[in-house]
Design a protein around this ligand. Structure first.
Ligand code: UD1
Ligand code: UDP
Length: 389
């Protein structure tokens, strides 16, 4: 393997932030802000356009201009075609731009191919939100595979929690290549709430239940069953559901036939991050299969029912704010009813806790990159520590 060399000392470090989906924009926005505020960095956003409307909405609202847009999204894209378009476009972008570091986030196909393209081009990779694992290769699909594939290609593993760092060490990643930073989503949530610009989508005095759904492994029958459970929950005399619909047609295929026109179910287009944060802040209970929402809800003391069979974010469950309820409709309704009817059970879960960070993750990430990239001529081989080349 050719050694990947850290760049020579520079006045400004050219960092390429590769992103393509809504959560990557949300979680890299604080990193971009911190780099833009530093005299040491010249950040550029490489947008893959894996998402179109949902990404553009975030890039615009969070003021993140992109230097490139690979526009890879296709309607109902298949993973193989998406991967092919991404690796080809990203390889070319990294080859032309020659950044000093490529930053990827999370476990999307954009993140996996972004790391691979950088590795192929000999550019060191920084992975934000490293080390999350369910331990089940097919769940979530394909994210658990993506993040495991990314790890060996990475020079800097920015783990959000001690648990994520432990997962990486257990896979043989040298401790010196890992930094526990907190999750940048908390930086952004606190920043957005602090600006006070968002508007809640709830307009009711009923109990407010916020729902998001999109996972590939839940699409089809499973998601249809979840929709039935939501319909039944909305049949209670005291509940109002707000569900911002993901743009994925597979999600809409499963949800709309059951929930469209249903009383006390408000289906809305994806909310911008300011409005989503305000809606989360206004709700009483969250039902979700989203990764990011599981991280945000505990900060605001909102109980979360995780509509999945696994989670790579056990910290919220351990803190007592989230319950992994699975995807069985009867179980979902029973768990929601319990929280809505049993005040003590609700209050046991409804307190603010921050297992995912203190709002300073981006600062730690940028400080670490600045410290390491200021050192000239050192090897950036993944797993190679800071060996002198
Ligand atoms: C992707 C990520 C997932 C992440 C999620 C965040 C992969 C394989 N999946 O899943 O890890 O949790 O984003 O939301 O990387 N679409 C639009 N407009 C949009 C976005 C999507 O029309 O703005 C439609 C398109 O038809 C597209 C489909 O949704 O083909 C699926 O998008 P895709 O990015 O492949 O998967 P997600 O389920 O969004
Ligand atoms: N989100 C948003 N508007 C919405 C729904 C979600 O801004 O209408 C935000 C949410 O706050 C979280 C992120 O999108 O930060 C989660 O994205 P998603 O659920 O699509 O992906 P995941 O986190 O599961 O990868």
């Amino acid at each position: 393997m050719p050694a990947i060399h850290l760049p020579q000392r520079r006045d400004r470090i050219r960092a390429a932030l590769v992103l393509g989906t809504r959560p990557e924009a949300i979680k890299l926005a604080p990193v971009l802000r911190a780099m833009s505020a530093s005299p040491l960095f010249d950040p550029v956003v490489i947008s893959t356009g894996q998402h179109r409307e949902m990404l553009d909405q975030m890039l615009q609202r969070l003021d993140m201009p992109s230097g490139r847009d690979l526009a890879v999204m296709r309607d109902r894209q298949m993973l193989s075609g998406l991967t092919a378009r991404l690796i080809s476009g990203l390889g070319e972008a990294v080859r032309e731009d020659r950044p000093d570091v490529v930053v990827v986030q999370g476990d999307t196909t954009t993140a996996m191919t972004g790391a691979l393209a950088a590795f192929y081009e000999g550019v060191p990779v920084a992975h934000v939100e490293a080390g999350l694992r369910t331990g089940v290769i097919g769940n979530p699909f394909p994210e658990e595979l993506n993040r495991r594939l990314v790890a060996p290609m990475v020079r800097w593993h920015f783990a959000p929690t001690e648990g994520a760092a432990a997962n990486l060490r257990a896979e043989g990643v040298p401790a010196g290549d890992i930094a526990v930073t907190g999750n940048t989503v908390i930086d952004n949530l606190l920043w957005v709430l602090g600006r006070g610009e968002g508007r809640s989508a709830f307009t009711t005095s009923r109990r407010r239940v916020l729902v998001t759904l999109h996972r590939r492994e839940n699409q089809g029958e499973t998601m249809h069953g979840i929709a039935e459970a939501l319909g039944s929950l909305a049949g209670r005399p005291d509940v109002e559901i707000v569900l911002p619909l993901h743009k994925s047609p597979a999600v809409r295929d499963a949800l709309l036939p059951v929930l469209e026109g249903r009383p006390h179910v408000t289906l809305v287009e994806p909310l911008d991050y300011f409005d989503f944060a305000a809606t989360l802040d206004a709700c009483d209970l969250v039902l979700t299969d989203s990764g990011g929402v599981q991280e945000e809800a505990p900060t605001l003391g909102k109980p979360v029912l995780v509509l999945r069979t696994t989670t790579e974010r056990p910290e919220a469950v351990e803190a007592g704010v989230a319950l992994l309820v699975g995807t069985d409709p009867a179980e979902i309704v029973a768990a929601a009813d319990r929280l809505l009817d049993d005040r003590a059970a609700y209050e046991r879960m409804a307190y603010a806790v921050n297992p995912f960070g203190d709002g300073r993750a981006a600062e730690r990430i940028v400080d670490r990159l600045a410290a390491d990239l200021a050192g000239a001529g050192r090897s950036a081989e993944p797993g190679g520590g800071l060996a002198v080349a």
